[in-house]
Design a protein around this ligand. Structure first.
Ligand code: AMP
Length: 397
């Protein structure tokens, strides 16, 4: 169980509470195109408001690289958040983030008020976790709450440094939920436990594969990663994604799976094309028999059935990474089949953020999953068993 202080253990009445959220939402021409991260932050904010805290929110947005970039301002988030909360969220427009405007806005706060600071990455110190900006952030508040799971694998001023300079710190509800779901799934799964990994690179998921092999009953590998395994089995992958320097590792992992008695499933067929584009003519061939000049862009129909069958009996499923180039409608069927299989079973189903979360939401299965993580990189590091700096820095219980 979580050994960290949570918002339920805080006395916030009349106090300034700085909350690190993850409001890094996609924007198109100043309009928010996916507000999941904003709605995910609401429970913590509402709790602190109801308890009479003066709630100061902060977040990064995109990569302004340490200088003010108007197109990466959090102003649109303040507006939308205000609508969702039914109360004005004062936007502390301030290029220094904690400059005169922010300080003035905070000084005026009444209990239950909400202020949102400007994009923390307008300051170059933020990503270097430098003390001066951490101290400035902390100077606004008595208590710090970290509810930004998506950046908890990074040690920045607003996730780690700030905790050194406040009296008290805790994790928010979203962070608590993420840690409990991901943690329970891996440490305490109801079996059978099936993990599905996809996406482009084996090298990004080396440690996850290695650790999950200690935990799961079945490990499914699809997507661009699968071709390195195919080569490890002596297959031919044409122009498909391949990490030649990871072939030996892939062999080791298959050996480990055997030793551990893990059912290790790879695609048995592959949808291939000669060009990397949606309308490229395609055909399906057995895995490991991809001709030169062709590349695998999705798992084939037999593989979809094989994987869906394995998911069918599962009681816990964790999925990270698409099965194919799902951004192209014509090569999204494999990813869709996994989402559908997970949506239709009576089991704990967890989506490890990033592309698979986007795919599940896009395909309309979002509300069928037990938990969709808000952090791709963070959930992967968590599944690897790494301690997340943003969590470690918060007060213990
Ligand atoms: P990652 O960031 O490693 O999770 O990978 C996600 C990306 O992998 C997505 O953008 C997919 O389009 C891509 N991907 C999945 N399968 C393939 C494939 N067979 N060939 C090329 N890219 C792929």
């Amino acid at each position: 169980m979580l050994q960290k202080k949570t918002v339920d253990q805080l006395q916030v009445k009349g106090k300034h509470v700085l909350v690190r959220c993850d409001f890094n939402v996609p924007l198109k021409d100043g309009v928010i195109t996916d507000e999941n991260r904003i709605t995910a932050a609401l429970p913590t904010i509402q709790k602190l408001m109801q308890d009479g805290g003066k709630v100061i929110l902060c977040s990064h947005m995109g990569k302004p690289k340490g200088e003010p970039k108007p197109e990466l301002s959090l102003a649109p988030v303040a507006k939308r958040l205000g609508e969702l909360l039914g109360k004005e969220v004062v936007f502390a427009k301030d290029d220094e983030v904690v400059g005169p405007n922010a300080k003035a806005a905070v000084a005026k706060m009444q209990d239950g008020d909400v202020v949102l600071l400007e994009n923390t990455r307008y300051r170059k110190e933020e990503t270097k976790n430098e003390d001066n900006f951490s101290q400035e952030l902390a100077s606004l508040a008595d208590i710090f709450v970290n509810d930004a799971f998506g950046t908890s694998h990074r040690a920045h001023c607003s996730t780690v440094g700030v905790t050194k300079f406040v009296k008290e710190s805790a994790v928010g509800y979203l962070m608590q939920k993420e840690i409990e779901f991901l943690g329970n799934a891996v440490e305490n799964p109801t079996r059978p436990f099936v993990a599905i990994l996809g996406g482009s690179k084996v090298s990004d998921k080396i440690n996850v594969i290695n650790r999950l092999l200690e935990k799961v009953d079945t490990l499914i590998i699809g997507g661009g990663m699968a071709y390195t395994f195919s080569v490890a089995m002596g297959g031919h992958v044409g122009n498909s994604l391949l990490e030649a320097d990871k072939v030996e590792y892939a062999k080791e992992m298959m050996k480990k799976a055997k030793e551990k008695g893990v059912n290790f499933l790879l695609p048995v067929d592959t949808v291939i094309a000669q060009e990397f584009k949606n309308d490229a003519p395609s055909k399906t061939v057995p895995s490991g028999e991809i001709p030169d000049g062709w590349m695998g862009l999705d798992i084939g129909e037999e593989s979809r059935k094989l994987f869906a069958d394995a998911i069918q009996d599962a009681k816990t499923v964790v999925w990270n990474g698409p099965m194919g180039v799902f951004e192209f409608e014509n090569f999204a069927a494999g990813t869709k089949a996994i989402a559908e299989a997970m949506a239709n079973i009576d089991a704990t189903t967890i989506i490890g953020g990033g592309d698979s979360a986007a795919a599940v939401n896009q395909m309309g299965y979002g509300d069928k999953m037990t938990h969709i993580s808000t952090g791709g990189g963070a959930s992967l590091e968590f599944l690897e068993g790494k301690e997340l700096p943003g969590v470690a820095a918060v007060d213990d219980l």
